[in-house]
Design a protein around this ligand. Sequence first.
Ligand SMILES: Nc1ncnc2c1ncn2[C@@H]1O[C@H](COP(=O)(O)OP(=O)(O)OP(=O)(O)O)[C@@H](O)[C@H]1O
Ligand SMILES: [Mg+2]
Length: 420
Amino acid sequence: MAFWRRFLQRDEGEGLAACTALDVGTEFAKALVFEIEPSGQGVVRGVGRKRQGLAHMQSGTVADIAAVVDNCSVALQEAEEMAGFRPSQVVIGIAGELVKGFTTSHSQERKRPDTPITDAELQRLIDGVQREALRDAERAITWETGLPNVDVRLVHAAVTGASIDGYAVTNPVGFQGRHVNISIFNAFAPLVHLGALQSVASQLDLELLAIVAEPYAVARVLGGEQVQKAGALFIDVGGGTTDVALVRQGGIEGTRMFALGGRAFTKSLADRLDLPFSRAEQVKIDYSRGLPVDDARTVEGVLSEDTAVWAAGVELVLEELAGGDLLPGRVYVCGGGSRLAHLVKALRDERFAKRLPFSRPPEVTIMEPGEIEAIVDTTKLLVDQQDVTPLGLAYQAIEMSSQEQPLDAALRRVLRAMKV
Ligand SMILES: Nc1ncnc2c1ncn2[C@@H]1O[C@H](COP(=O)(O)OP(=O)(O)OP(=O)(O)O)[C@@H](O)[C@H]1O
Ligand SMILES: [Mg+2]
């Protein structure tokens, strides 16, 4: 696991001056070249995009490494030429149905509450959380693939909260108390899937700084205290998948993905109108922009039918994520697929909210690159919700390069010992 090794051995406090973010999407490979100022502000200097072929990706995962490398290198080159330099490190996003992201909380009752918590005790606690999480992920992936021994790897881990006797702390070491609680977000993926992204990075001659779960990146990017505290749902509708993240009680609780995105709408149009894929794509985009298209009635019918299927998928995922508790009152939407107005309309429909545990109909907002305060775009080419996911990946590089929290350092030590 070369990249983990590199990530784990990162010198504490070592800054990162420039980096590339690569979003290997089902529909588009997207690259951003950006700088990180000493203040922690990100500055995008170059962007590039290349459409992927129909057989290059399968629901958010790489299906043809060589073809994907070619597409990424076109996107990268465009971004690098615009920026005028080439960073040596890259952050890559991982998505797809078999990426399992969830937060595991572990509480422990201490036998001697009057003694302060030590580093070793904290590490034992984190170790317990991580082992439990790995078992859960293996169970979930084994069950879904129907294969008994899928090699599952940890791709991403972050501490999302800690408390002692209900009192929130950023670092439990040194505190006294009886009940310690730690929450850690982990994303796991099958090795084959992770390995494909590692190959892409190495064939592009880039050093892999980290692989980041895309819904996690999207859910973090708005950053505002208020969003994180009040909770929110984040929905990224891509070409091949829809990724959902739930932020509740100050931290990411879980992420879910299902294999339905904008491409499915295009395929239905292609079938019904008997058009090649690229023509059907144009019809969809024209129609969604309000331009005149042939046979508009049929187009509307197909898009509405597919929207109903998509909304049912979102409903299922949200029900599962809610886990019997209330869902937050805010929904943030991004991804190119959500440029089809039908989707946002479906989320705003009262009947949709009624079927789910919302206390009131949620406020549905389309995310804009301009709202991301931590990153400025000097290229002026990042204009809409389709560019939010790559910006989220860039933001993860910034978060990682900033001063590390003591809890994350402890987590890193445990992971090193677990050799995951
Ligand atoms: N104006 C538009 N109207 C409707 N759909 C659009 C529009 N612009 C882009 N799309 C759709 O957005 C989708 C691509 O979005 P995006 O770039 O976010 O996907 P991706 O990241 O490549 O895929 P994934 O996240 O599923 O791996 C395509 O299906 C495309 O048809
Ligand atoms: Mg995407």
